[in-house]
Design a protein around this ligand. Structure first.
Ligand code: BGC
Length: 794
């Protein structure tokens, strides 16, 4: 098994969607699913392409209620390329003549290879080889190379190569009843296969999109006659070529893609035509593209000894980079929860950046900074949302897309019962916590005061203010309380029998609000004096307001019951679920919400969660930090309380989100290595095995992918950055004989860390920068550039 490759042999139709999602190629600017070049959307195959941040809105109605959805747009398909022998039918998606197919994703170079044999009528066969790339060196280019070998016949081959703008968003069955046509055609043109173009624009957001394509014979045959055909939003060319037994003919299709959102570009069409005119041959494009990938891998590889896990970690890194690459840094985009790989969750941005930014901070800080800027640019919208609710600061929406307004659907479908249900998930106010937490972590990891001064501090303070304003003082309890929210566990959106949605005093929201408020004086202190005064004045942040913050850090309510932290106030009044009974009846009960609703029941009645909620506290905070925060609030807390809390919720979680395994693996890493390892393996298998049965086909789970990499590199090594020092406290799973990875630390690129049972090695590349202070289990050393340090395990 080659740990750089994913191989599929003769895929079955039911696995096609999964394979397409996992074989997506992208470069952080746009991505294209790994659908066959001859395929159209037909219920089995789905050739979707998505441009980062390109959304469009459409209005419709659900059960008589008006709804308004913003979708990541499926843009024109650049792939179409098919052929025929003589006068037979064009080879089509799922064609029975196509046999012995083998698809290989080469993650090292970012190339999708495909080989198959076509059995024509009368026993003639043609061997077809294809290679595809979406360029990591020039984010506007993609290319497909096709070689056709007539194995036992002579005659004529005709190749059809096209650009197809007649596409719609129809990749997710649940959304198909809603409008999915987001493109309007603005025409096409070109007179020869050397240059065809297609122009479209999104209907409501009016993003102009242009593609230009060149199809030419590169090896093996003199080009024959060619004809261009156009109809509506489709343009293509037919190339007739002599087919000679035993002689392969190779064609290459090169495509340039631009939008009106691009920087330093004229019209999308002129930009696309210029890019295409400058594009080199497939071989040269491939060389530059592979070199760009090599540079990326040098910055973020994670090496372990188990080959299968190694391959999955690479798959995860590969898809993270294809969604969020250095090309993304300069775009105005957030972290799409399902990558650029499908249409689930409409390409929206949730809180998942909490799981992704720690990875980027230590390898691609510019990209992380760009993603935080996406939030900063949406402060006006978030401020307006806060104001509309009578709150100060900025209320970030649970789901965000172009403008940063709330994009969470009001109704969602339970496919099991066929009912449309009220969606209260917008009550997850903890998205503000994710934004603030990420600002602080980015600053800790990079020491970048300019980031804090330019926009990080403003973002954190505004998020903090709204969190604080959500809290009210309860005179009876003599504590601050936060009512009517949802925690990360989406299976609890109300109390049974209560009309108002939301729960009170969700421990995660309350404790993390306190954590954020505790950062406020630290953030202000970190700013240069004039910048601090400037910001306080601009935000009208008074002493009285910060004093209130400080009081909250001493008097916020955290509920407890039965010797554990309660997920929310009154959790102990809920019934216990018959877990064994439901498992026996349904097998897979990850989507317990759907099962219970279809039975006319609701998760709200039970102590049964979708994903880690209270335990998120232990995912984000070290034991010392969490204990200090609880002590500051006047609550008793010790390791025993935290251990009991882990056990309690572990027994009551359905793991209906792929994020859940990542969090559980993390919180168990030190207490129960075996259990942690099992959860890590679950998280590793989330997408490659599509453990949620059908969800990966609609898009990868980017948070879980990044979470696994972060788990291996930060959690198992105890890696933190404190006071400018790199601190390590490795507890590798027994299954890891060895772990090595590079990271970026302050000005140093590619600081290499290697862990083995025998000890730890730190190599700082030669430079004139100061040494890296490293603390490993109480021992502090200076890692001097160019002089590796080895520390024996004790
Ligand atoms: C999870 C959320 C997550 C969202 C997008 C949901 O299933 O419950 O926590 O943000 O998926 O990944």
């Amino acid at each position: 098994m080659n740990p750089w490759r994913l191989v599929y042999r003769s895929p079955r139709p039911e696995d096609e969607g999964l394979r397409e999602a996992l074989c997506t190629l992208g470069n952080g600017y746009f991505a294209t699913r790994g659908a066959a070049a001859e395929a159209v959307a037909d219920g089995v195959r789905y050739p979707g392409s998505y441009i980062s941040g390109c959304y469009d809105r459409a209005a419709s109605s659900v059960g008589g209620h008006p709804v308004d959805n913003e979708d990541l747009v499926n843009v024109p398909n650049w792939l179409p390329l098919t052929f025929r022998a003589g006068r037979e039918d064009w080879l089509a998606g799922g064609d029975p003549r196509l046999t012995e197919e083998r698809v290989e994703l080469d993650m090292l170079r970012g190339v999708l290879e495909r080989v198959f044999r076509v059995r024509h009528h009368g026993g003639a066969t043609t061997l077809v080889r294809q290679r595809r790339l979406v360029s990591m060196s020039d984010p506007h280019l993609a290319a497909l190379e096709v070689s056709l070998l007539p194995e036992n016949w002579d005659g004529e081959l005709t190749v059809l190569s096209a650009l197809d703008g007649g596409v719609a968003n129809s990749g997710v069955a649940r959304y198909r009843t809603l409008p999915g046509r987001h493109l309007r055609s603005l025409g096409s043109g070109g007179r020869t296969p050397e240059e065809l173009w297609l122009r479209t624009a999104t209907r409501a957001s009016d993003v102009g999109i242009a593609l230009a394509a060149r199809t030419r014979v590169s090896r093996g045959a003199a080009p024959g006659s060619a004809a261009v055909r156009a109809r509506g939003d489709w343009i293509g060319c037919e190339l007739r070529l002599p087919a000679v037994l035993g002689q392969a003919v190779t064609l290459e299709k090169t495509v340039a893609l631009h939008t009106s959102r691009d920087h330093a570009a004229g019209s999308p069409l002129s930009a696309a035509r210029t890019s295409l005119a400058r594009a080199d041959s497939f071989d040269t494009l491939l060389r530059c593209h592979a070199a760009a990938w090599r540079r990326l891998w040098q910055r973020c590889s994670v090496d372990i000894d188990d080959q299968e896990d190694q391959r999955i970690l690479r798959l995860h890194l590969f898809h993270i980079l294809q969604t969020l690459s250095p090309h993304t840094a300069d775009l105005d985009v957030g972290v799409p929860a399902r990558g650029l790989h499908g249409e689930a969750y409409r390409g929206h941005v949730f809180w998942d950046e909490l799981f992704v930014l720690p990875f980027l901070n230590l390898r691609f800080p510019e990209t992380a900074r760009g993603l935080l800027r996406y939030r900063w640019r949406r402060l006006p919208e978030a401020r307006a949302a806060a104001r509309a609710q009578g709150l100060r600061g900025a209320a970030f929406p649970w789901q965000s897309a172009t403008t940063g307004r709330e994009e969470t659907q009001r109704w969602h479908l339970n496919p099991r019962s066929g009912r449309w249900l009220v969606d209260n998930s917008r009550l997850q106010r903890h998205v503000n916590i994710a934004v603030a937490y990420n600002v602080w972590q980015h600053y800790q990891a990079t020491g970048d005061t300019r980031f804090l001064t330019d926009f990080g501090a403003e973002l954190l303070l505004e998020a903090a203010r709204t969190l604080a304003d959500l809290a009210v003082y309860d005179h009876r309890l003599r504590r601050y309380v936060i009512r009517g929210v949802m925690g990360p566990d989406e299976y609890h959106d109300a109390y049974p029998g209560r009309d108002l949605p939301g729960v009170d005093d969700n421990a995660y929201t309350n404790v993390m609000t306190v954590w954020v408020l505790r950062r406020v004086p630290e953030v202000l202190d970190a700013l240069p004096g004039p910048a601090r005064r400037d910001l306080r004045e601009r935000l009208d942040l008074s002493r009285a307001e910060t004093d209130r913050f400080a009081r909250m850090t001493r008097r916020m309510r955290v509920p407890f019951h039965d010797g554990v932290i309660s997920q929310f106030a009154g959790y102990e009044n809920l019934a216990e679920l018959d877990w064994a009974g439901y498992r026996a009846a349904y097998g897979d009960i990850r989507r317990l919400d759907r099962i219970l609703e279809a039975e006319g029941d609701t998760c709200n009645r039970y102590r049964a969660g979708k994903q880690a909620d209270v335990l998120m506290l232990m995912y984000l905070l070290s034991e010392e930090e969490l204990t200090a925060t609880l002590h500051g609030l006047g609550y008793e807390s010790d390791s025993a309380l935290l251990a009991r809390t882990v056990d309690y919720y572990l027994a009551r979680t359905a793991h209906g989100s792929t994020l859940s395994s990542v969090v559980h693996a993390w919180v168990l890493a030190r207490a129960d290595r075996r259990a942690s390892w099992r959860f890590l393996r679950d998280a590793l298998r989330s997408d490659i095995d599509d453990v949620q049965r059908g969800t990966t086909a609609e898009g990868i789970h980017l948070g879980a992918m990044a979470g696994t990499v972060d788990l291996v590199t930060r959690c198992y090594t105890g890696l933190t950055i404190r006071d400018g020092r790199l601190c390590l406290d490795p507890v590798l799973p027994e299954e890891f004989g060895f772990l090595a990875f590079p990271l970026r630390f302050r000005g140093h690129w590619n600081v290499r860390l290697r862990f083995r049972a025998g000890g730890t090695e730190i190599g700082v590349p030669p430079s004139r920068l100061p040494p890296v202070p490293v603390r490993v289990r109480g021992q502090t050393v200076e890692a001097v550039p160019g002089m590796p340090v080895r520390l024996a395990a004790r």
